[in-house]
Design a protein around this ligand. Structure first.
Ligand code: 13P
Length: 264
């Protein structure tokens, strides 16, 4: 089996203050510095208020930083929102769009996520689009249809040449957070395969090269099973990554499991 680059990211949600974020990033950078960035991409998404200090205290080649959300307009009457221009001012180059908490708590729509994806690309960001079905969708047996809709609308109007600037996180809503149940590796693999085929439909065969990360209750007990699946390109982690040493261990264990299975 050909080896591939692995992707590891964490979304700090609304948990860490500026001080906590900077400490965390410094530890993570130190701990993971020896891991070749040809083998992995590692990214962290702090809260808005921590971004400036995070950028100043982190080597972007070691830990890539990004924002958790963004408005699609450069400026305007959007009280409480942050624009792509403002994020660019911080020298960020990655932005997450459509996290399940944005879609379900803040009622964002696929059309809005699409506007954000297009704005992100226009401003030169890498766009990480999150997709995932709810427990109800799963119970009705429409998970694949939901993912398909989110991807087709989310990436509508995106040119093929933007493929290198795209990432997808598959995060089933029922698997996320303290009340979540992690997806089994078999289930995740099935959905990732589905996602890759929709990406091929949207962008042509090259669409399959867009990294697809699994997220939702990733923990030390399931990383190895997930990362060794053919269609899983990386892990997108919440709680289990919020201590730098735990995230470092999780990354190393995943890399080892992946290499062991790739060499078979
Ligand atoms: P948990 O790993 O805490 O379930 O969170 C996943 C997530 O939402 C990443 O964006």
């Amino acid at each position: 089996m050909k080896t591939k680059k692995l992707y590891f990211g964490t979304n700090l949600k609304m948990y860490k203050t500026i001080r906590m974020t900077v400490d965390y990033l410094q530890q993570l950078e130190e701990l993971t510095r020896d891991i070749s960035r040809d083998e992995i991409e590692l990214f962290v998404l702090p809260s808005y208020t921590s971004l400036e200090s995070a950028v100043k205290s982190t080597d972007n080649h070691v830990v890539r930083l990004g924002a958790q959300n963004m408005n699609w307009e450069d400026e305007g009457q959007f009280t409480g929102d942050i624009s792509p221009v403002m994020l660019k001012e911080l020298n960020l180059d990655l932005v997450m769009i459509g996290h399940s908490e944005r879609r379900h708590v803040f009622r964002e729509t696929d059309t809005e996520e699409n506007q954000k994806v297009k704005a992100a690309l226009k401003h030169g960001f890498t766009a990480l689009l999150c997709v995932g079905e709810t427990a109800e969708d799963k119970a009705y047996g429409v998970s694949a249809e939901v993912l398909r809709t989110q991807l087709k609308i989310g990436f509508s109007g995106v040119e093929r040449e933007k493929i290198p600037s795209l990432r997808v996180a598959y995060e089933p809503v029922w698997s996320i957070g303290v009340n979540g149940t992690p997806a089994t590796a078999d289930y995740a693999e099935k959905m990732h395969k589905e996602i890759k085929s929709v990406l091929a439909e949207i962008f042509g065969e090259d669409g399959r090269t867009i990294p697809v990360l699994y997220g939702g209750s990733v923990n030390p007990g399931n990383t190895c099973q997930l990362i060794t699946r053919k269609y899983v390109d990386g892990l997108y982690v919440g709680r289990a990554a919020w201590e730098a040493s735990a995230f470092d261990r999780l990354i190393r264990e995943s890399m080892e499991a992946y290499k062991n299975q790739a060499s078979k």
